[in-house]
Design a protein around this ligand. Structure first.
Ligand code: ZN
Length: 307
């Protein structure tokens, strides 16, 4: 059997510039948004007819220049949200984000605190952009059962926090995606890592391919070469060929297109390599008949093809 449709979303954690060691920039800068999106990212997407979903953090939505840039993006795109929980009330830990390194998972806050943080993040988005966000990813992929309940109550329809085959740790605990599902599913209310009843919120995992001796291969520029990303695509096309709909979800950070604003590209040459690879894989996917879509369009298509 062959699938009736294959779709690809590109979900981008959109944050302040960081340092090569993943601390927030000091002084705090936002070149990845004010320059990166308009000059580098969106032109690559427009040229490939690809559709990015920018997932915005608190500090980005608090910054007027970033908000103005995001409101003026030239090309089809979606805006959603991304939470780093220590940077928003209640129990906000930092008034000044500059230089801060913070690895907390939102799922380890008490459910009521996590819910209020998500509520404030969502409210900030609505205040700045005038509509309800639909798509979300947890900072450091740290989602839990309560995350899903809160997102659903706040009107979200897509979460893309699940990174199959990976185990993430912070001092308070760990989030174990080693046996997570690789294709979209309705998260079970008691265990979001398993398929549950049909519900408004769909989980759209980041696309990965398992490797046995090393960590999984990401569908992500810089982490993977063009041929490695193509292998992730081929794996999903082959392994899920029996499904009527196959969904691919690429991820990366906005900061990866600014030299030394992340641990990844460190100079302009490496940024160009990143963008060339991104462009090559997107054009390659398009030539294979893969269609691009916003993350928020996936639930409707999932329902259409899966009944
Ligand atoms: Zn993040």
């Amino acid at each position: 059997m062959t699938p009736e449709k294959v779709i690809l979303s590109i979900t981008i954690d959109t944050e302040c510039d960081h340092s090569p060691s993943w601390a927030r920039s000091n002084p705090l800068t936002f070149h990845s948004i004010t320059q990166g999106i308009g000059s580098y990212l969106q032109p690559v997407f427009n040229q490939a007819s690809a559709i990015p979903t920018y997932l915005l953090t608190v500090e980005v939505m608090e910054n007027p220049a970033c908000v103005a840039t995001l409101q003026a993006i030239d090309g089809i795109h979606e805006l959603g949200t991304h939470l780093h929980a220590a940077f928003i009330q209640p129990e906000k830990k930092y008034a000044d984000y500059a230089g801060v390194e913070c690895s907390e998972f939102q799922c380890f806050y008490p459910p009521d605190i996590e819910r209020q943080k998500l509520q404030r993040l969502t409210q900030l988005f609505v205040e700045q952009f005038g509509y309800q966000p639909r798509s979300f990813r947890a900072g450091r992929f740290g989602a839990g059962n309560n995350t899903f309940r809160s997102l659903e109550a706040l009107g979200y329809t897509v979460d893309c926090s699940v990174t199959p085959h990976l185990l993430w740790k912070e001092p308070r605990g760990q989030v174990d995606y080693r046996h997570a599902l690789e294709q979209p599913y309705y998260p079970h209310d008691q265990n979001f890592l398993t398929q549950g009843e049909k519900r408004p919120l769909l989980e759209v995992p980041v696309s990965m391919k398992k490797r046995y001796m090393r960590g999984p291969q990401w569908f992500r520029p810089w982490f993977s070469s063009v041929s490695q990303m193509q292998k992730v695509v081929n794996y999903h096309l082959k392994h899920y060929a029996h499904q009527p709909l196959i969904v691919l979800n690429m991820m990366f950070h906005s900061m990866e297109v600014i030299p030394q604003a992340s641990p990844y590209p460190q100079n302009q040459k490496e940024v160009h390599q990143f963008l060339d690879d991104l462009s090559d894989i997107l054009h390659g996917c398009r030539q294979q008949g893969i269609e691009f879509c916003k993350a928020c369009d996936i639930p409707r298509l999932y329902q259409k093809y899966n009944g």
